[in-house]
Design a protein around this ligand. Structure first.
Ligand SMILES: O=C(O)CCC(=O)C(=O)O
Ligand SMILES: [Fe+2]
Length: 366
């Protein structure tokens, strides 16, 4: 196993009041609504808006602030699309309910909000950072997962960022991307092998060379600068993550490499004990406690300049995703996501079907 030095530089440097506000972002003190619209309270459970759909808590606070004094806006869960808006008094929440529920809200990106009253739960804390976050891959104990800290220097990081910023970004709904080698089609989660975009740019070759030079990475030596290597560059704004997925087996070979630049995040991994094909995509997005107890969940902290390598079981049988958090809780530290995180994902395009040992997760063998 490869281990790197751990340095958590983001221990909250704010005063006590801000620290408590940060904690509240992580730990909303409200339960999901039970009584329906008839039981009013100063707290509103608002669905269909949030950082995952490009609407910040600040914007929500300002829109709801038109109906009364907003005490706080909190993540209702880890979806990034449901929030609790907490008012000082009931008359404000009632006014907001009347004006905004099921109405198209132009100041919130033209979204139709679904609002219910929520109840404050003093005893029960709904902690979105529900899983212990490891800082090294060996602690996670997922076969085939490796994390190397400080894989590039701060200067190389700046050069790589400058190089991608010099090239055009494609705008997706929540993040920006660039594709090299082959175009990636998000609807089918596969590469378009008819659309060869040309060789990987030369600014990536030192990274590929370094990957090859690490004997410990073994099969990563295959990651050469040839026509089959594809790279996706993703830029995530704060609060934006990535939905759970297994990179399509038939699209890419075994090794998947991700270099993190500019900012940190946590990546979570789930292994479904019943196999993925029995699980709907909405179950994956919004796991219901009690319904989806058929998976094991683990999380790792990815600092900037670190290199994550997924192979074997980690690549073929575990879903990976980035929760839509603005703040991650790592051990006892609260780590705010930076203005952006840029990742370089390197994969080798597969020619022919996948013959992995995990047929229950394999689109070639299903
Ligand atoms: O941003 C990352 O580190 C991961 C990206 C990823 O999983 C993907 O593009 O399939
Ligand atoms: Fe992926």
């Amino acid at each position: 196993m490869i281990r790197g030095d751990v340095s958590l530089v983001f221990v909250c440097s704010c005063d006590t009041k801000q620290y408590i506000a940060l904690l509240q972002t992580l730990m909303p003190r409200f339960t999901s609504p039970k009584g329906g619209d008839d039981v009013s309270s100063p707290h509103l459970y608002v669905a269909n808006c949030g950082p995952a759909v490009g609407v910040s808590h600040e914007t929500i606070a300002s829109v709801f602030g038109m109906y009364g004094e907003v005490e706080g806006v909190y993540a209702a869960d880890e979806s990034g699309t449901r929030v609790i808006v907490s008012y000082h008094d009931k008359s404000s929440s009632q006014a907001a309910m009347k004006a905004l529920n099921r109405h198209l809200c132009s100041s919130l990106g033209g979204r139709t909000l679904h609002i219910q009253y929520s109840v404050q739960s003093l005893g029960k804390v709904n902690n979105i950072a529900s899983v212990q976050v490891s800082t090294s891959a060996s602690d996670l104990d997922i076969p085939g997962l490796y994390l190397m800290h400080d894989f590039v220097t701060p200067q190389e990081e700046q050069e790589l960022l400058a190089a991608v910023d010099d090239r055009p970004w494609h705008h997706l709904a929540k993040r920006r991307v660039q594709h090299y080698g082959y175009e990636f089609c998000y609807d089918i989660r596969n590469v378009n092998t008819n659309k060869y975009l040309g060789e990987l740019p030369s600014f990536m070759s030192p990274v590929l060379q370094r990957i090859r030079s690490f004997q410990a990475l073994g099969r990563a030596a295959d990651m050469s600068l040839d026509q089959l290597t594809a790279s996706g560059v993703n830029e995530y704004p704060p609060g934006i993550g990535l939905s759970p997925h297994v990179d399509t087996h038939s699209a890419f070979e075994e090794l998947i490499i991700s270099l993190s630049l500019a900012g940190p995040c946590i990546m979570e991994f789930r292994k479904y004990t019943t196999g993925v094909w029995q699980t709907t995509s909405s179950d994956l997005e919004n796991p219901v406690p009690g319904k989806n107890l058929n998976f094991v969940k683990k999380a790792i902290y990815l600092p900037p300049r670190s290199l994550l390598l997924m192979s074997g079981e980690a690549r073929y049988a575990w879903h990976h995703y980035i929760p839509h958090h603005k703040v991650d809780k790592v051990n006892d530290s609260l780590i705010r996501r930076s203005a952006r995180r840029v990742s370089f994902t390197l994969r080798k395009v597969r020619q022919g079907p996948c013959r992995c040992e995990f047929p229950q997760f394999c689109d070639s063998q299903k």
